[in-house]
Ligand binder design. Structure first.
Ligand code: ADP
Ligand code: ASP
Ligand code: MG
Length: 601
C-alpha cells in the first residue's frame, strides 16, 4: 500500500462536474490499495475574483484581511470534494490548513511553511479516510493563530510540503495541461511535453515564469527528495517526472526556512573577456558569441549591462586554457562592430586572467532577498571587491580577484554555515540532458539600474541589504564591466530586475541609497520582458548562448540585458517583443513539435 498525495488545481475543480470527476479519480486511487491525501485549490478563477472584490474596496487592502478573504476559496472546494467523495461511498474528511497543522511564519500573503504536524492527517488516513486539505493556506506560529496564505499559486507548495511531511511515496500534481511542456502552450501552441526534468532545471523554469509549478514546491521536493509528477486531470497519461536528488532524512522543523544556502562553490580556472563600447543594436551579441562558438569555446558567465548612450558592454568568462583564442576572436570582431567607418564608437577588448568565480548555491534563496545581500556584505566585510555579479534563482556568482579567493570562501562558508563542497549528484539520470530543455517568458518584471556606483567593497552589499530589509526580492542582478571615472573615482553600473509591483518601492529605496553612496542616476523601466532558456546540457555544450542571441537577432529583437548561470540564459527585451522572442527562441532550439496541446478554458 502506497501513500499518495494528489493536488488538483483551480481548473481541475472549476465546476461541480469537474469536482465529481476528481472524486472518481481519487476513489479509483484508493481502490487500487492506496492511502490518499488530496490538496485542492480554489475553484476556477475564484481567487482572482476575490482579489478584484478587495480592490474595489481599497487600492491597498491590509495583507491580513487579504489572507482572511483569499483563504475562503479553498474552503469551498475542500468541502465540495469531500461531499463528492462521500456521495460515491468513499469515506472522506475536509481540513483547513490550520486543522491539518500547516504552521507558517506570520508574513501575510507570502508566508513560508515552518512545520506540518501530521498526527491528525495520519489518524484519518489510518481510519481509511481520504483527507482533503485546503491548499495555499496555513496558520501562523504566533499565539494569535492567524490565517496565512503562501502566495499566489501556493497550493503546489502545500501539496509537496504535505508529501514531505508524510514521507509520501509520491506527490502527483494534476493540472489543465498534460505535464511540464517546453514552454507555455498558451503562448506557443507547438510546445511539447517533457517526460522528465531535474529539480534544478524545473526550479529555474518555475522561477523564470513557468507557472505550471510554484517554485517553492520544487524547492521542497528538491530538499526533501519528494518524488513528484505533473499530470493532466483529464487523461491517464503519465505526465512529467520531476527528478529530485537523493537526500538523507531531514527534519521538518523550519521546513521552508532552514538552509537557504547548501553550498559555497568556487572556480579559479576562469578568465574574463570584456568588450566595451560595442553598438547597442540587434545582432551584436549573436555575432560575437557565434564566432566564439565556431571556435568551439565553451563560455560560462555572460553579462551584458544596461546600455549607455548607444553603446553597451558585454563580458564573459571562459576556462583559462581558452582565453587566448577567446581574446583573439573578440579582438578580431571589435573593429568590425563600428556602425560606419567614421563611427566614433571605440570598441575595446580587455582580458583578465587572475579572476576567480565564487558562488553560493541553494534552492532556499528563492524569494528571500536577504541571501544575496548577505553574500555581498560578507565579501565586503572581508575586504573583497566584486567585479561581476550574475544571479539565477538558485545561485549567486561573483567574479573577484583570484588572490582574494581563499579569503572569500572562508568568509562565505562561515557566514552561511556550510562546507565548501558541491551538491550530491542527482539520484536518477534523466532520459537525456538536452542543452535546452525549456523556455520561459516573464512579463511581470521591471528593470532598475543605478549608474556610476563607486567601485569599492560594500556598495552592492548596501543597496541589496536596503532592498532586502524592505522585503523587495531582486532577480537577475548584474554589475557592468565598464569602469568609468566620475570625479576621479572608478565606478560601475549595477542593474537588476524586481517584480513590477515592487518597482516604485525599489526606486525610492535605491534613490536614497544612491544619494548616500554617491552613485549616479537611478533608472526604472517597467516595459520589459525576460525571456530565458534552461537546460543542464548547456554546461558542456558550446554555442548555446550564440544560438539564443542569433534567434533574437534574426527577428530584429534588441537585447537590453543578459545574465546567465550554468544552466540558464536570460535576456531582457522590450515588453512588446516578449512573445515574439519566446517563440523565436523556442523554435531555434528545436523545442517545437507536431503535438498540439489544447488548454481547456
Ligand atoms: P493549476 O490551477 O492547475 O495550478 P496553473 O494555471 O497554475 O494551473 O498552471 C498551469 C498553467 O501553466 C498551464 O495552463 C499553462 O498555461 C501554464 N504554463 C506556463 N509554462 C508552462 C510549461 N512550461 N508547461 C506547462 N504549463 C505551463
Ligand atoms: N488559489 C490560489 C491562487 O489562485 C492558490 C493556487 O491555486 O495554487 O493563487
Ligand atoms: Mg497553479
Amino acid at each position: 500500500m502506497a501513500l499518495i498525495v494528489q493536488k488538483y488545481g483551480g481548473t481541475s475543480v472549476g465546476s461541480v462536474e469537474r469536482i465529481q470527476a476528481v472524486a472518481q479519480r481519487v476513489r479509483q486511487t484508493v481502490a487500487e490499495g492506496n492511502q490518499v491525501a488530496v490538496v485542492v485549490s480554489a475553484m476556477g478563477k475564484t481567487t482572482d475574483g476575490l482579489v478584484k472584490l478587495a480592490q474595489e474596496i481599497s487600492s491597498q487592502p491590509s495583507r491580513r484581511e487579504m489572507d482572511m478573504l483569499l483563504s475562503t476559496g479553498e474552503q469551498v472546494s475542500i468541502a465540495l470534494l469531500s461531499m463528492a467523495l462521500q456521495a460515491l461511498g468513499q469515506d472522506a474528511i475536509s481540513l483547513t490548513g490550520a486543522q491539518v497543522g500547516i504552521v507558517t511564519e506570520s508574513e501575510h500573503t507570502r508566508a513560508r511553511i515552518l512545520d506540518i504536524r501530521t498526527d491528525r492527517i495520519r489518524r484519518h488516513l489510518q481510519d481509511g479516510k481520504v483527507v482533503v486539505v485546503a491548499g495555499f493556506q496555513g496558520i501562523s506560529q504566533s499565539s494569535d493563530l492567524e490565517i496565512t496564505t503562501l502566495g499566489r499559486g501556493g497550493s503546489d507548495t502545500s501539496a509537496v510540503a504535505v508529501a514531505a511531511a508524510l514521507q509520501a511515496d509520491t506527490c502527483e500534481i494534476y493540472t489543465d495541461v498534460p505535464g511540464i511542456l517546453t514552454t507555455d502552450p498558451r503562448l506557443v501552441p507547438d510546445a511539447q511535453l517533457m517526460r522528465d526534468i531535474t529539480c534544478d532545471e524545473m526550479l529555474e523554469l518555475a522561477s523564470l515564469g513557468a507557472k505550471v509549478l510554484h517554485p517553492r514546491a520544487v524547492e521542497i521536493a528538491r530538499n526533501y527528495g519528494v518524488p513528484l509528477v505533473v499530470r493532466s486531470s483529464w487523461t491517464q497519461e503519465p505526465g512529467t517526472r520531476v527528478i529530485a536528488p537523493l537526500r538523507s532524512p531531514r527534519s521538518l522543523e523550519g521546513l521552508e526556512l532552514a538552509h537557504p544556502v547548501d553550498a559555497v562553490e568556487f572556480d579559479t580556472n576562469q578568465a574574463k573577456v570584456a568588450l566595451l563600447r560595442i553598438p547597442d543594436r540587434p545582432g551584436i551579441a549573436a555575432r560575437l558569441f557565434g564566432e566564439i562558438a565556431a571556435q568551439n569555446l565553451n563560455i560560462d558567465l555572460v553579462i551584458q549591462s544596461i546600455h549607455e548612450g548607444n553603446t553597451n558592454d558585454i563580458a564573459f568568462t571562459v576556462a583559462q586554457p581558452s582565453l587566448v583564442r577567446a581574446e583573439a576572436v573578440a579582438a578580431a570582431i571589435a573593429p568590425a562592430l563600428r556602425e560606419t567607418p567614421t563611427d566614433t564608437t571605440q570598441a575595446e577588448v580587455i582580458v583578465d586572467q587572475r579572476i576567480a568565480k565564487v558562488s553560493i548555491a541553494g534552492a532556499g534563496m528563492i524569494g528571500r532577498p536577504g541571501v544575496a545581500a548577505k553574500m555581498f556584505s560578507t565579501l565586503a566585510a572581508a575586504g573583497v571587491n566584486i567585479q561581476m555579479i550574475s544571479t539565477s534563482e538558485v545561485k549567486v556568482s561573483c567574479t573577484i580577484d583570484a588572490e582574494d579567493c581563499d579569503l572569500a570562501i572562508t568568509a562565505l562558508c562561515n557566514a552561511f554555515q556550510v562546507t565548501c563542497s558541491p551538491l550530491e549528484a542527482e539520484s536518477a539520470a534523466p532520459s537525456a540532458t538536452p542543452e535546452v530543455r525549456g523556455a520561459a517568458l516573464d512579463l511581470k518584471q521591471a528593470q532598475v539600474a543605478v549608474r556610476h556606483v563607486p567601485d569599492r567593497p560594500g556598495m552592492a552589499a548596501r543597496i541589496f541589504a536596503l532592498l532586502a530589509e524592505a522585503g523587495v526580492s531582486v532577480d537577475m542582478i548584474i554589475q557592468s564591466q565598464r569602469c568609468r571615472l566620475v570625479n576621479g573615482l572608478a565606478t560601475r553600473d549595477i542593474a537588476f530586475t524586481v517584480a513590477q509591483a515592487d518597482a516604485e518601492q525599489a526606486r525610492t529605496i535605491v534613490e536614497a541609497a544612491a544619494t548616500e553612496l554617491g552613485c549616479g542616476e537611478v533608472l526604472v523601466n517597467v516595459a520589459i520582458a525576460k525571456v530565458s532558456v534552461v537546460g543542464m546540457g548547456m554546461i558542456e555544450t558550446p554555442g548555446v548562448a550564440a544560438r539564443m542571441f542569433k534567434a533574437l537577432a534574426d527577428d530584429g529583437i534588441n537585447i537590453q540585458m543578459i545574465a546567465t548561470s550554468e544552466i540558464k540564459i536570460s535576456c531582457l527585451v522590450n515588453e512588446a517583443d516578449g512573445v515574439k522572442a519566446l517563440k523565436a527562441v523556442h523554435g531555434a532550439f528545436g523545442l517545437s513539435g507536431s503535438e498540439r496541446v489544447v488548454v481547456p478554458a
